[in-house]
Write a protein that binds this ligand. Structure first.
Ligand code: Y12
Ligand code: CO
Length: 173
């Protein structure tokens, strides 16, 4: 089932998400619904709060070298913790909750992630490149933070102006 995606400036996106403690069928159905929702909207990552569930859950499906998003490459990441972040990198990020807006954001280049899978098993993942960037973007959502909050004062101002105008135009059409 596809779920509605919450978009900026909805305050729900500011919620701090809580850890998952029960790894049951209800969680598995929710993860399946998150996957369907992300793929239907051409996303590569989605956090639970973006579909109004304040849980420390995110999913990622990074495209392969040919640009294909394969279901078997999907990662369901629950209760993640970042270890050993290293280096810096800049990438033009977008977010399904901030449609139509993309900006360069600085992140750590690589990291080690500890998380649980849908059954509660502990997983250790070494991440770099787009995977590491997407993990950091989605983990910001768990703290109620959007990538636009990482923009400089001037770029944020420009964003607010452009986004407001786009929302107004959408309303009128
Ligand atoms: C780098 C890049 C992205 C992330 C986080 C995950 N972000 C996304 O998955 C964003 C997807 C997205 C898709 C859009 O739709 C289409 O392109 C058709 C989109 O455009 C509109 O909504 C108009 C915006 C974002 C982390 C690191
Ligand atoms: Co996002």
């Amino acid at each position: 089932m596809k779920l509605p995606i919450i978009t900026y400036p909805d305050k729900v996106l500011k919620t701090h998400s809580r850890p998952v403690t029960v790894f049951d069928d209800e969680l598995h159905t929710f993860l399946d619904n998150m996957f369907e929702t992300m793929m239907d909207n051409n996303g590569i990552g989605l956090a639970a709060i973006q579909v109004a569930r304040p849980l420390r859950v995110l999913i990622l499906c990074i495209p392969d070298e040919e640009g294909n998003q394969l279901k078997e490459n999907t990662r369901e990441i629950i209760n993640p913790v970042i270890h050993n972040p290293q280096g810096n990198t800049i990438y033009q990020e977008g977010c399904l909750s901030v449609p139509g807006f993309y900006e360069d954001i600085e992140r750590f280049e690589s990291l080690v992630l500890h998380y649980q899978d849908r059954h509660g098993n502990e997983v250790r993942l070494e991440a770099n490149e787009l995977l590491a960037i997407a993990i950091q973007h989605e983990m910001d959502h768990l703290e109620g933070k959007l990538f636009i909050e990482r923009l400089s004062y001037n770029r944020r101002k420009k964003f607010e102006k452009e986004y407001k105008r786009a929302l107004k135009e959408k309303k009128q059409s």
